[in-house]
Design a protein around this ligand. Structure first.
Ligand code: AMP
Ligand code: MG
Length: 482
């Protein structure tokens, strides 16, 4: 019985400029930690007949499947505002897998050893951060947010040196592609129009075939990416997700959330929340995410200037006008998202005040973002005195008045809220607990949190402790590049 790999590799056929051909570097004693059976079956892959030893070899990169053609991809990026040449320094794309319904997915190993782009890094990744990416990316998927997925994590049996010695691991990441804003920046920096055209056509063919015959593909692609990225960041804001390192190399052209480094979910509502230990200035704080999205999109548009119009001045003007449509689009989508969270139908002039007043109250009272919406759905995990506050009660009256103008049943309103307000998010203390245990070979808490986060919109009475924020955000810092 075969696994069902069906590779149709196209990126590896692009010229040398775009990638380096390289195999994952074999590891000492591979050991599978987790395999995502649900995802495997969505991909029409069947590993049930493969023994653990063989699986360990497969998911550590020691045994490449037939049809794989492994490469590291070249890209550049603005990291915290500074332009740098990057590339897959610790990742290898083993191939593009086609499902039976002709959907194509990149299968990539992260932590698979040095490549031509490793610079000073060791090309490896640590177990904790790879399991963390697994938890958060799968949680994002269950939250109905576009994201790369995690198919497996395997330990390498090798130590890696960070601040302290850690266990090495490889994550198998699944993405609809790994083309980034940074990929365009890398090609644009080479100033060869034919290469830029190749990348543009490749990207459109892969992600946006609807514009393949348009008169101005570059401009249309910018507009489509603005839309996708607006949708994405609005979804992040909906659930309190903070990406943490929104460099242009970590923004995918597919519109999926990618590169789970120092990301985390906000507990207490504070727009300035930052989790990343290296983000000293708060560049990637919760409230800055839309601003940075626009900034990254502007970097993307700059790359495409030569293809927008032969007249550079006109091209720049068109690109600038297009990028400046961001705020209006974002605002509209954000307002609609907040209306959904509040179960409001239709539009009302005063909606914005209603929404902002709630957020201001949450900020002032240090209310938990997720649980405040649970309270509004009468699904408080724990009764909290906080909501007896007179300002909150007054606000609630205004909300109820507005809801009565919904022109829809209260059942529909609750349904809308239930579909948009998660009860369960990856609570930082629970994620840490699961990772700590997994590092000691106890996978029970890890399996449990995964199971809970598979159904974030459902009531799970036995798991209310997974709904509470227990340590303060100030104490919680996450690290990237580990
Ligand atoms: P990230 O912070 O994961 O987005 O990574 C930024 C850049 O650093 C990418 O080019 C990565 O491939 C590279 N990188 C991160 N960690 C390592 C490592 N341990 N070895 C080599 N390259 C790395
Ligand atoms: Mg990255």
């Amino acid at each position: 019985m075969t696994i069902g790999w069906h590779f149709n590799n196209t990126y590896s056929k692009l010229s040398d400029t775009f990638r380096e051909e390289i195999k994952p570097i074999p590891v000492n004693s591979p050991e599978l930690v987790i395999l995502n059976e649900n995802l495997a079956s969505e991909l029409n892959l069947n590993f049930s007949k493969i023994d653990k030893k063989e699986l360990s070899k497969i998911f550590s990169g020691n045994l490449l499947p037939a049809g794989s053609n492994s490469i590291a991809q070249a890209y550049a990026g603005h990291q915290f505002g500074h332009f740098t040449m990057l590339g897959d320094g610790r990742a290898v794309l083993i191939g593009e897998h086609m499902t039976k319904s002709n959907r194509k997915y990149d299968i990539q190993f992260k932590g698979s050893g040095k490549t031509a782009f490793s610079r000073n890094g060791d090309g490896r990744a640590a177990l904790g951060p790879m399991l963390r990416e697994y938890i958060i990316s799968e949680a994002m998927h269950a939250l109905k947010i576009p994201t790369t997925r995690s198919l497996a994590v395997a330990k390498t049996g090798e130590d890696i040196q960070r601040e302290k010695v850690l266990q090495g691991a490889v994550l198998t990441r699944v993405a609809s592609s790994h083309i980034r804003v940074g990929t365009f920046q890398y090609i644009a920096a080479r100033q060869k129009e034919d290469e830029l055209k190749t990348l543009l056509d490749y990207t459109i063919d892969r992600h946006y075939p609807e514009i393949k015959d348009s008169n101005n593909k570059a401009l249309d692609l910018i507009n489509l990416l603005i839309d996708r990225q607006c949708n994405l960041v609005v979804n992040w804001m909906r659930v309190g997700f903070i990406h943490g390192v929104m460099n242009t190399d970590n923004m995918a052209i597919s519109g999926e959330t990618i590169d789970y480094g120092p990301c985390a979910f906000m507990d207490t509502y504070d727009p300035k929340t930052v989790f990343s230990s290296i983000d000293q200035t708060g560049r990637y704080a919760y409230c800055n995410q839309p601003v940075i999205t626009k900034w990254n999109l502007a970097r993307f548009a700059e790359c495409l200037v030569p293809l927008i119009n032969k007249d550079q001045e006109k091209a720049i003007k068109t690109a600038t006008d297009t990028i400046n449509s961001f705020e209006k689009k974002y605002e509209e989508k954000w307002m609609n998202m907040m209306r959904d969270k509040l179960g409001l139908f239709g539009l009302d002039d005063k909606d914005k005040f209603l929404i902002l007043d709630l957020l201001t109250w949450m900020h002032e009272k240090k209310a938990d973002y997720t649980n405040t919406f649970c309270h509004l759905m009468s699904l408080d995990p724990k009764k909290s005195e906080l909501y007896n506050d007179k300002d909150f009660i007054n606000w609630k009256k205004r909300w109820e008045d507005r809801s009565s103008k919904n022109n829809s049943s209260s059942k529909k309103s609750i349904e809308l809220m239930r579909n948009n307000n998660p009860l369960f998010i990856p609570r930082n203390h629970k994620v840490e607990e699961a990772l700590k245990a997994a590092e000691q070979n106890d996978l029970k808490p890890f399996d449990k949190i995964l199971e809970i986060l598979e159904k974030p919109y459902d009531e799970q009475e036995a798991n209310v402790d997974y709904q509470s924020p227990s340590i303060s955000d100030e104490e919680y810092k996450t690290f990237c590049g580990t």
